[in-house]
Design a protein around this ligand. Structure first.
Ligand SMILES: [Zn+2]
Ligand SMILES: [Zn+2]
Length: 242
């Protein structure tokens, strides 16, 4: 069976040579990522120092430490990390994934995140992965929840179950990008709800999202989950916006 599968994929590579998701040049070995070495080396991976709580990257060198806003206003979650900075080819990939219907890009984006944040995820030791939900109106407009698609890739890479419906968005909210920081938090108050508290109670939860901007969505989700009885909440996202 494995032999046939290998033959099948070799034949497919011959007929439809795999191309790099970023620069579209033909790559000789398809691998799992489908990103050429050049493009891979230019990906804006986030590395230390970062805020030890929200994961915002700091410039320069040094150890991880809490940022000013996490010290003055600590979030409900214990830690959040993103794999990449939301810039350059990472931004292009996420744009194509979310707005151009190229939902297959979940795979390279999810795998990059799974590789880069494997150690972090192991430290969080979550019982379940929970995608940040979309309101059903937004879901109808887009046709899919990007956090669910990414969560599926992370779930199979990390062998952690993904709960798709345990947390829902009950209130329609103004897109966060159109608001300043204060209004963002206020905008989301009471926007989420837990449909199945028994699935959350006592669990270590790892929230999954595509892009984190101010982190107010993760803060609000974490507050809702803790109120519903979660033991601890962490978060992971593909990219951190500047
Ligand atoms: Zn490339
Ligand atoms: Zn912080």
């Amino acid at each position: 069976m494995q032999l046939f599968r290998n033959l099948g994929s070799a034949l497919l590579d011959l007929l439809l040579p795999p191309r790099c998701h970023i620069c579209r040049t033909v790559i000789d070995r398809s691998g799992a990522l489908h990103i050429c070495n050049d493009c891979y080396s230019r990906l804006p991976f986030i590395s230390s120092p970062v805020c030890s709580i929200c994961g915002v990257p700091f410039s320069g060198v040094g150890n991880d430490h809490p940022c000013g806003s996490c010290l003055t206003d600590p979030p409900h979650y214990s830690a959040a990390r993103a794999a990449l900075a939301y810039e350059g080819s990472c931004r292009d990939l996420i744009h194509a994934f979310k707005y151009s219907g190229r939902s297959h890009l979940r795979r390279p984006l999810g795998l990059l995140t799974a590789q880069q944040l494997a150690f972090y995820a192991a430290q969080c030791a979550p019982d379940i992965l929970l995608p940040v939900p979309l309101h059903k109106k937004r879901l109808r407009m887009r046709g899919f929840n990007q956090a669910v698609l990414l969560g599926e890739v992370l779930s199979s890479a990390w062998h952690i179950p993904l709960l798709r419906q345990a947390l829902i968005r009950t209130r329609w909210t103004t897109p966060q990008v159109e608001l300043d920081r204060n209004n963002r938090l206020h905008n989301l108050k009471g926007a989420f709800s837990v449909t199945n508290p028994a699935a959350i109670a006592g669990k270590r939860v790892l929230l999954v999202d595509d892009v984190v901007t101010t982190g107010s969505t993760l803060r609000e989700c974490a507050g809702t989950l803790l109120k519903a009885g979660a033991a601890d909440v962490f978060a992971v996202s593909v990219a951190h916006a500047p």
